[in-house]
Structure formats: structure tokens, C-alpha cells
Design a protein around this ligand. Structure first.
Ligand code: AOF
Ligand code: ZN
Length: 366
């Protein structure tokens, strides 16, 4: 990229933020670059909730060079006392001259007041630089901070005819190694991964992140109305991530205690025969999980979609047709009667992974 305008340094700040995406919990990923007299004097990223924000790391690196510099920050500097003090005050104190902002902070306690405070103290503020990229980076944060509900991304991997297994249940593998590696990156970037009990019973998956580099494992959420999760399942025995079973108040007490003794958390979502998925998502949010990667199977996908609980879809298609009228599909639910009632996706994009295709979109439930 040519060094022509504010976008150059904002891009760098975005790269710093992106590098740490997935490791900040319910906090946003944020990057900051400080520039003075044509050279970079400080760089920083927010690395972990409860630790200093991006601006503070960059200011620390710059030391006295911060005075008179321009700060490029992917997110509006905060103005509140959270787990750490306000970044806008620190930028003012260090006599930064100008601040360039990517996305304004949707956090209701900040929401423009950070920028306001900087301006009140005579700093020049430019907003909206690479705004779209900067805001998209924190989709989960943007929803969670306003609603306390997790952002749910559905990922499916199917044949071109929408099947997630053959009629005999074979599903290894549908998509190629490149697609599957990307899915592990997605696991690293989400706080939780969610599957239905059917998937656990048929595949006994581990649901951890396996990449060639060190990565984080998401918390495992298993939707299991009848508490059928076997004590010998990998998600119970493996301790490299917390497993949480979402069940109902009708769940068998003995089985619940056995699972808890094995280190599994059991949460009741509703008193009906099936897990109340809306209630389950509220519980997940209450426990400070802001992003969920939903990995099926077809029935859970269908129920989540039907209830408007999916925020984003990532549909991987392998160049294969398997057929089978009883073979499981991407979405298994009653379905809508009329085409005009179909869930429509917006902001569609297509990306290729070798010969596989990944279609991404955001459902509009209106
Ligand atoms: C920034 N720079 O790098 C980040 C910001 O509890 P705290 O103190 O960590 O505050 C969390 C809130 O601060 C978070 O909800 C969001 O509004 C903002 N995050 N702000 O100026 C940063 N990570
Ligand atoms: Zn801050």
C-alpha cells in the first residue's frame, strides 16, 4: 500500500487489531499506531480483557515522542473507567495532537463521548477512516455491548445439494483441508462453539482448535434436552476447554450430578421438553460469552434459524453431490410455506478455498 493518506496507518492499526482478534473475550480487538514527524513512534493492540487498551501500549512505547504525534486508533478511544482508566484522558495528558478513528465505540457508556472529550481539549479528531473494516472486525462486540446477547455465526460444511453427511452418516470429509483449516481459525476467534447432542453422539468430536500455530480453544456448548451426553464422550473427558451442557429443568438429576462431577457445567434453559434456545442464548450472554460459532447439526441449525437466533452464516460447499432423501441436510426444520417467507440473506460475499466455496451473509428476519 502506498503511503498517501490516513488509510495507510489505519490499515497498520487494523492489522495489529486483527492479529489479536479472538483473544480479548467480550472486549473488542483494537489497534493503535502513533506517528510523529513521518515516523512510527509507537504501536499497540488490546491483548486481553482487564489489561491495558491499545492506545496505552502505543503511548508507553512512544514515551516522550507521544507529544505532538498523531494517533491512529481502530476504535474510538474510551472515556470511561472500566477495568482500566479512560484512554482519551491519557491521550490528552500525553499531548497527542491529532487522533484518527476507524469505528465509533458502540458501547453506550462511550458512544461518541471519547471523541467529544478529545475535541474539547483541543485535539484534532478525524473519524470514519476505514470505518467499514474497523467496525466489521468487532461484529460480536458491537452486538453484545448493546444487547448482552451473543453474536451467533453459523458454519456449515455441505455438498452442493446441502447434505452434511451421506445416507449412511459418513461425513469425513466433505470440505477440503483448506476450508477445514479456516474453520479452526474461526474457532480461535470465537469464545464458544455450539453443537447439538446428535452431532456428539454420531461423531464424538473434540471441538477444539487444531492449527499449526498455538491457538485458543472455545468453550464447548452442547444442546442436549434429554441429557444424553455420554460420560465417556471426548467433550467430557478432554479438559483442554470447558464444556457446558444446555438442557432443561426436566433433566435427570442423577445424570446432571455425574456430568458435573466430571467437570461439565449443566445449565437449564426453560422447563419445556426441549431446550429454550432463546433463553439459552441469554444465559450464554449472562456468562460473558459474546460470540458463538454454531457448527450444527441440521436440526439445531434449523431451530436456531427458525427462531431468528443466527446473526451470520458461513456456508461452505464442496464440489460434490451425494444425494439421499434421508441424508442430513444443512437445515432441518418444518420450513416455510411460501417463498416470500424465506429467510433472506444480505451483504452476501463469496470466497473460494481451493475448489470449495464459502458463501457468507447476514439473515434479515423481517
Ligand atoms: C479503547 N481502546 O483498546 C479497547 C477499548 O473494562 P475495560 O476498561 O477494558 O473497558 C472495556 C471497554 O472499553 C469496551 O467495552 C470498549 O467500549 C472499550 N474498549 N477502548 O479505547 C481499546 N479495547
Ligand atoms: Zn480505552
Amino acid at each position: 500500500m502506498e503511503l498517501l493518506n490516513d488509510e495507510y496507518y489505519m490499515k497498520l492499526a487494523l492489522q495489529l487489531a486483527e492479529g489479536a482478534a479472538g483473544q480479548t473475550g467480550i472486549n473488542p480487538a483494537v489497534g493503535c499506531v502513533l506517528v510523529k514527524n513521518g515516523r512510527i513512534v509507537g504501536m499497540g493492540a488490546h491483548l486481553k480483557r482487564g489489561t491495558p487498551h491499545a492506545e496505552i501500549h502505543a503511548l508507553q512505547m512512544a514515551g516522550p515522542e507521544a507529544e505532538g504525534s498523531t494517533a491512529y486508533v481502530t476504535l474510538e478511544p474510551c472515556s470511561h473507567y472500566g477495568k482500566t482508566p479512560p484512554c482519551s484522558d491519557r491521550l490528552i495528558k500525553e499531548k497527542v495532537k491529532r487522533v484518527v478513528v476507524g469505528c465509533t465505540d458502540p458501547n453506550p457508556v462511550v458512544a461518541g463521548t471519547g471523541i467529544e472529550r478529545l475535541r474539547q481539549h483541543g485535539l484534532e479528531v478525524t473519524t470514519g477512516v476505514l470505518q467499514e473494516e474497523a467496525c466489521r472486525l468487532n461484529e460480536a462486540f458491537n452486538k453484545y455491548i448493546r444487547t448482552q446477547q451473543p453474536f451467533v455465526t453459523l458454519k456449515t460444511a455441505s455438498t452442493l445439494d446441502g447434505k452434511i453427511a451421506s445416507r449412511s452418516g459418513d461425513s469425513k470429509w466433505i470440505t477440503n483441508a483448506e476450508s477445514r483449516a479456516y474453520v479452526h481459525t474461526l474457532r480461535h476467534r470465537h469464545q464458544a462453539i455450539m453443537v447439538g447432542i446428535g452431532t456428539v453422539l454420531s461423531d464424538d468430536p473434540l471441538l477444539t482448535t487444531r492449527l499449526d500455530v498455538p491457538a485458543l480453544n472455545p468453550t464447548r456448548l452442547i444442546v442436549d434436552s434429554g441429557l444424553r451426553l455420554p460420560l465417556g464422550a471426548k467433550v467430557v473427558r478432554d479438559r483442554s476447554a470447558q464444556t457446558i451442557v444446555l438442557t432443561t429443568e426436566r433433566a435427570d438429576e442423577t445424570k446432571r450430578r455425574q456430568l458435573e462431577q466430571a467437570g461439565v457445567l449443566v445449565w437449564a434453559a426453560g422447563a419445556g421438553p426441549r431446550v429454550d434456545l432463546k433463553r439459552a442464548m441469554t444465559l450464554v450472554g449472562e456468562h460473558e460469552i459474546s460470540s458463538v460459532l454454531l457448527e450444527g447439526g441440521g436440526r439445531l441449525n434449523g431451530s436456531m434459524l427458525e427462531q431468528g437466533l443466527i446473526d451470520k452464516l458461513l456456508l461452505f460447499f464442496a464440489p460434490k453431490i451425494i444425494g439421499g432423501k434421508d441424508a442430513s441436510g444443512n437445515f432441518e426444520f418444518e420450513g416455510f410455506e411460501r417463498m416470500q417467507d424465506a429467510v433472506r440473506l444480505e451483504r452476501m460475499t463469496v470466497r473460494q478455498f481451493g475448489e470449495d466455496v464459502c458463501i457468507a451473509g447476514y439473515p434479515n428476519y423481517e
